[in-house]
Design a protein around this ligand. Structure first.
Ligand code: UFG
Length: 326
């Protein structure tokens, strides 16, 4: 199989490139390296470039003979999207439209799209299945939902078949220790907690202790990066077999609180982790947990690394390997 991975130098994309390479696929990564890292691309060929570059996209897609495209290149910070919505609509919507246009011109008609739990907005019930109403409450979630709608229309009109995978909280790192999370700035809980354990940060802020949850801190569904990539693999297989477009929520179905994540990190690292209580962060729902029954039933997806300590252990090994000089 021949797959174009847009954003293959980033956190999720690089793990995906490794999985595809290991399974014998031809992989081409397109990445502008604005957030990704060249040394995270362990397989296939690399083209440095931007999804905003229509000429490059056309050239790549018309000559690449790709069976499918996976699209990981987007901006992902909810808070930033509130302050700079244009950045989100220009990249996550407009550039994705460029990409889809170039795919149609080149007659590449299988697409796997990184969507998000943020397309649902405030949960009306949990765990959240695919029937949950989608009312995003920030530009990030809206930008992803817009592309989901575009993909419905492109399927109907142009026969472009897509799988939208709505991630809950992607977490952990490559179990072999070769890859992991390297955002700059880092905003995600697990790497921040581990940077506190390693002494890179003085403390971890806990955003709110007065939520309606068992210990008062927010509950999230942390899904191991390898399980997430496995779902993309199964989605690719299903498109290759001729299945129709589909949307899936991806999580373990287990919620862990911010305090439980910190406690797990203390056990895994054997270090003390200083905590600072801080106000609630805008736009954080109390509890986000996925019901992934549909992905399990239709794709045969079964998350394997569901234990929070193992997820944190893999992330810790990565964090420590980065701290060491080469
Ligand atoms: N948190 C803290 N302190 C920190 C960082 C995070 O207490 O320093 C808390 C947050 O308030 C939240 C939990 O840890 O309750 C997880 O926060 P993350 O920033 O790691 O992840 P989010 O749940 O905010 O984000 C995830 C995805 C987004 C997606 C969002 C949907 O990473 O892409 O879920 O709500 F938009």
């Amino acid at each position: 199989m021949n797959v174009l991975v847009i954003g293959g130098a980033g956190y999720i994309g690089s793990h995906m490139v490794k999985l595809l390479g290991r399974r014998g696929c031809d992989v081409t990564t397109l990445d502008n390296l604005s957030n990704g890292h060249r040394d995270a691309i362990l397989f296939g060929s690399f083209v440095e470039g931007d999804v905003a570059d229509r000429f490059l996209l056309a050239q790549l897609l018309e000559t690449g003979n790709f069976d499918a495209v996976m699209h990981f290149a987007s901006f992902i910070q909810v808070g930033e999207s509130m302050k700079h919505p244009a950045k989100y609509y220009e990249n996550n919507v407009s550039n994705t439209l460029n990409l889809l246009g170039a795919m149609l011109t080149a007659n590449v008609k299988r697409f796997i799209f990184s969507s998000t739990a943020a397309t649902f907005g405030s949960p009306q019930y949990t765990p959240m299945d695919e029937m949950h109403p989608q009312n995003p409450i920030n530009p990030y979630g809206r930008s992803k939902l817009m592309i989901e709608k575009v993909l419905d229309d492109y399927d109907r009109a142009y026969g472009l078949r897509s799988v939208c995978l709505r991630y809950f909280n992607a977490a952990g790192a490559d179990p072999d220790g070769e890859l992991g999370e390297r955002h700059n700035p880092e905003t995600h809980l697990i790497p921040l907690v581990l940077q506190t354990a390693s002494g890179l940060r003085s403390d971890i802020e806990v955003f709110g202790r007065d939520y309606d949850t068992p210990d008062g801190t927010c509950v999230r569904d942390y899904i191991h990066i390898n399980d997430l990539c496995e779902a993309h693999w199964l989605a690719l297989q299903s498109l290759m077999r001729g299945a129709g477009s589909q949307r899936y929520n991806l999580g373990n179905g287990n919620g862990f609180s911010v305090q439980e994540v910190i406690d797990a990190a203390k056990r895994v690292t054997g270090r003390s982790i200083a905590i600072r209580d801080a106000p609630r962060r805008d736009g954080d729902p109390a509890r986000l947990v996925a019901d992934s029954t549909l992905a399990r039933r239709q794709l045969g997806w079964e998350p394997k690394i569901t234990d929070l300590e193992t997820i944190v252990r893999h992330a810790w090994r990565w964090e420590q390997s980065r701290a060491k000089p080469n």
